[in-house]
Each structure stands twice: as C-alpha cells, then as structure tokens.
Design a protein around this ligand. Structure first.
Ligand SMILES: [Zn+2]
Ligand SMILES: [Zn+2]
Length: 370
C-alpha cells in the first residue's frame, strides 16, 4: 500500500514535469507584424514567452478598438497573458493610438518612450496629460536613451536611437566605413518622427531592427561616417515604406535579407521608396502588410508576399500608381479596412535561419542560416 502511494506520487511528479516541459517547447523568437492600417504594432515573443510590443496602432473611437483587438489576436496566438515591455516609438496617433484600449484587455508591465511630445497637437497632448499617467502609474516607466538595454532573457535588445540622439558606439561587430554616405541627400521631416525610439535586437545569430518612423537625416547621423549597425537579417517597419525614410545610407548599408513594411493602402510603398527597397543589395524578399495603391502593380511585390489587399477590393489589381494624399490635418482619412486582417509572422532560430509566414494565404518561406 505504502509502496503504491509512493509510486503514484512519483508518477504524478513526472507527469507535472512533462507538462512543464511541453509549455516550454517554443524555441524560436516569434515576431508578429500586425496589420494596423498604416500604423505600427509589432510584437516580439521570446522562447520563454517574454514579450516586447512596439507601438499600439491608431487613435480614433473605432480604429483604436480595431487595432487593440488585432494586437490581442496576436498576443493570444503567442499564448501571452501580459505584455512585458511596450515601446511607444513616438507620439503620433498611428503609434500610441490603441494603447488605452489594449491596456483594458491585457496587463502592460513596462512602458518605454523617448520622453515628452515635442510636436504640439491636441491628440497626443491630451493623451499624455490624462491617459498615459494613469496607465504607467502601476507599471515600470523608462525614458529610453541610446545605448540602453531592455532586459529580456535570451535576447539582446539595444536602444540605438531615442529623442533625436543616436548611439556613438557601434553594435557588436559593426563600425565599418559606410560607402553610401558620400551620395546622401538630406530629407524632410516633421518634429516627432526623428525622435523615434529605435531598437536593434539579437537572438543568437539572428539580427533585426525597428526604428519607428526615424527619418533620413537621423539615418545619416546613425550610419555615417561609419555603419554602427552592421548587417541585418530582417528589417522591420521602415516607417510604413514612406519616402521620408529608407535612404540608401540606411537601407543599402544594412543589407537586410528580408524587409517587412507596415504600409497602408494609401500610405507608403510609393514608387521612389520602392525603388530604393527593391534595389537593396542582398535583399531576398520584401514583404508588405498591405497592397499599396500608391505603388500600383508597377511598384509592388508578388501578391503571395502581401498580407492584406485593398479596403475596397477592385475587380482587378490596379496597374498604375495613384498620387499620394497631401500630408497634414486636412487630408481625409482613407476608407477603413475593418474586416478580417492578417499578420506577417517571422519565426527566427538561434542559428540565424528564419521563416516568414503570410497569414492570409499561408505562404511561407524559409531563409537558411548563413
Ligand atoms: Zn507612423
Ligand atoms: Zn510618425
């Protein structure tokens, strides 16, 4: 009898440890590029289930709920019960907009930003005065400085840009002269985009980076005269593929194998920036979160690499690019794409190999370790 009880207890312990082992079976760094209609929401999840979310989509009574819900779909897919770290890259409505709605749905433990809003506007100023203090009250809050590390087990996450400053010391292994500096042409920018918090992330031999909406002049500061970033496997975000970012000085020097742009149907992906992206040395594929009407069929990738089509699906894919809407507050919002939305997922291995998956058509491609 005693022996049997002991046997049962030991078997029970073995079963428990087996269950614990199966909950730990993820070995990849998983990255979800969520469709937030030309905004940004990119979720990274480590093998142990620790999470880093970069931005929370769009403001607006409907858009904020839609985007928070889409982020939650990715969080559930990853089995998350909390967001461990949230970076808000800058105080534009397409980057912080779903934060309050998201915080109602899942606890957020650590808030990271570049400091106060520098581009006065009623939306972010009210959010920062009334909503953000409430959200961060019971959490950790960090104002990021270049060179800071965000502590995550199994990942090296380094802040490379914040509040207009860039790292002065190259990331490990980088620092070679950048041949693209000589032909750099300065670009235009608003006030907040160049202040974006940018992070460089290493998982084993896999390297990726997200710079928020960092613009060309800051790309030059970060990348010249020496390339302080080195090369990347996957370049995330790219300011939605908008042409005030992604100069050759950045894009061609970091030579990503894969770039994923978080564009909208009428935001980013226009001809001039597509030429830079698609001529990038060493680029194996560009993936788009949306088909862009600004690029048309002329300046796009095959549909199998595009996660979402257009809001009002035309009978045939449009061939000619349309003109980009004028920037500024008087531009009417694009038609909302509120139906099913699809993410692009990256699964990276320690050896540097990775797979990219299009959730719409289930097309996936594996990029072998080098
Ligand atoms: Zn943006
Ligand atoms: Zn912006």
């Amino acid at each position: 009898m005693r022996k049997n009880l002991l046997f049962t207890a030991v078997t029970g312990l073995l079963l428990l440890s087996n269950e614990a082992a199966s909950a730990q079976t993820r070995t990849t760094l998983d990255i979800y590029v969520v469709d937030v209609e030309g905004g940004n929401a990119t979720l990274l999840v480590t093998p142990s289930g620790e999470s880093l979310l970069i931005d929370t989509g769009n403001t607006g009574p409907q858009a904020s709920v839609r985007d928070a819900s889409r982020i939650m779909e990715a969080a559930k897919d990853a089995g998350l019960t909390q967001i461990d770290h949230l970076i808000t890259t800058h105080w534009h409505g397409d980057h912080y907009g779903g934060m309050d709605e998201l915080a109602k749905r899942i606890p957020i433990k650590h808030f990271i930003d570049h400091g106060p809003n520098q581009q006065p506007a009623p939306g972010p100023d009210e959010f920062l005065a009334k909503v953000y203090p409430r959200l961060i009250a019971n959490a950790k809050h960090t104002v990021a400085k270049p060179g800071d590390k965000i502590a995550m087990a199994g990942l090296d996450v380094q802040v490379v840009t914040s509040n207009g400053e860039t790292i002065k010391t190259p990331v490990a292994g980088a620092g070679q002269p950048n041949p693209y500096c000589a032909s750099f042409k300065p670009g235009d920018n608003n006030i907040e985009d160049p202040l974006s918090v940018g992070v460089h992330i290493t998982f084993g031999k896999f390297r990726t980076m997200h710079l928020g909406d960092l613009t060309k002049n800051k790309e030059f500061e970060l990348m010249c005269p020496n390339n302080r970033i080195g090369t990347l496997d996957v370049f995330l975000g790219l300011h939605h593929g908008v042409n005030t970012s992604s100069s050759e000085v950045m894009m061609h020097a970091v030579r990503p194998r894969v770039a994923i742009i978080n564009n909208g149907t009428r935001k980013g992906g226009q001809p001039d920036v597509m030429k830079v992206l698609l001529s990038s040395p060493g680029l194996e594929n560009l993936w788009q979160i949306h088909f862009s009407l600004l690029g048309g069929q002329e300046y796009t990738v095959p549909g199998m690499f595009i996660a979402n089509l257009t809001d009002e699906q035309p009978p045939a894919m449009p061939t000619a690019p349309i003109a980009a809407p004028a920037p500024g507050p008087n531009t009417p919002p694009p038609p909302a794409h509120d139906g099913p939305a699809f993410w692009i997922k990256v699964q990276a291995q320690q050896d540097g190999s990775f797979t990219v998956i299009n959730a719409r058509n289930k097309f996936s491609k594996t990029y072998a370790a080098r």
